[in-house]
Design a protein. Sequence first.
Length: 230
Amino acid sequence: MLECQVWWATPADVRSRHVELLDEVERARRERYVRPADRDRFTVGVAVTRLAAGALLGVAPERVPLDRTCAGCGAPHGRPVIDGGPHLSVSHSGERVVVALTGGPVGVDVEEDAGRLTEGVAGQLLGPDEAADLRDLGPAARRRGLLEYWTRKEAVLKATGDGLRVPLTDLRMSAPDEPPRLLAWEDRPGLAGRLTLRTLTPGPGYAACLALIDQPDARIREESAGPLLT
């Protein structure tokens, strides 16, 4: 059975030896982060990616052929890709870093419930039906609903490779109190039947979602990356 590995880590897991796993491009990107917490999140994400993918490929983590070339401009700031697979997706927010690895297109997103998704964001996130789903909720439930919608849509757009080039309002998702599903996307009418969406378990104060394309039977395994990093 196909397996999707989902690895959870925190910025506090970073050690100096993890920096040694980064290639020249990744080290340069790491140094551009101003805040130490942002550098640590990036470093841990790269380290988990290289360690987990190296184990799957049977190569040393520093030899995993990660390519970060942007499809739009050719600069080395694109999403990470491994030539020949596995497919991967990385996300981080607050004290959570998550890496997903599997045999087909995958997207993962985690968001901290830190009040950043305000009513101003709702207009860029929700279609009319989705806005109606949240209209009668109290402040806390509405904020949680915005988080669920955000992570579900981000995960889908990461899996398709579109990213935020596509307006989030183009996607119509199931209500936050229902299992995650893509209900409609006018430009991709056949995608809903090919998507597998799963709510992940990042812990209190966070929301997270995983999106897989053409992998209906994949077994999803969530693990702490602590042992992997040590």
